[in-house]
Design a protein around this ligand. Sequence first.
Ligand code: ZN
Length: 184
Amino acid sequence: MILPIYAYGDPVLKKKASPIEKDHPGLKELIANMYETMYASHGVGLAAPQIGLSLRLFVTDGSPFEEDEVKDFKQVFINPQIVEEAGDPWKFNEGCLSIPHVREDVSRKETVLIEYYDEDWNFRRELFSGLAARIIQHEYDHIEGVLFTDRISPLRRRLLNKRLSDISSGNVKVDYKMRFPSQR
Ligand code: ZN
């Protein structure tokens, strides 16, 4: 089932999300719905707060990228914990399904060491780099209540103000299902 994606301005996107219990009702279905929603909106990652659930869960699939390094980067992250970020910071032009038509260069470190549970509740500790690390860092921010627009300079942010408030008020054209703060 395709779920509406919550737009910039919704309080759920600014909240630190809560851990998921192992017996969380309907978790498999929720994960399937998140993938369906992400594919329908052509995203490479989707975090639970973006569908209005303040839970520590995100899904990724890097296959839309041209780069081979993320072609097979399809993963479910449950209760993830970033252990360490390392390497030289690099800039990448990021976007977000909750902030349509806005893209900004965001600087993040090269590698990320992360612990998480996969969809079968296997504990994993893995090191990711490059684009995979980038997707993880962006999605991990979502479960911490942080958006990529929080990571740009105050000047860039000011230049975006009008567009961001347009998004909050639903004054934006999107070709996927969204829920705007005014609709709650
Ligand atoms: Zn995002």
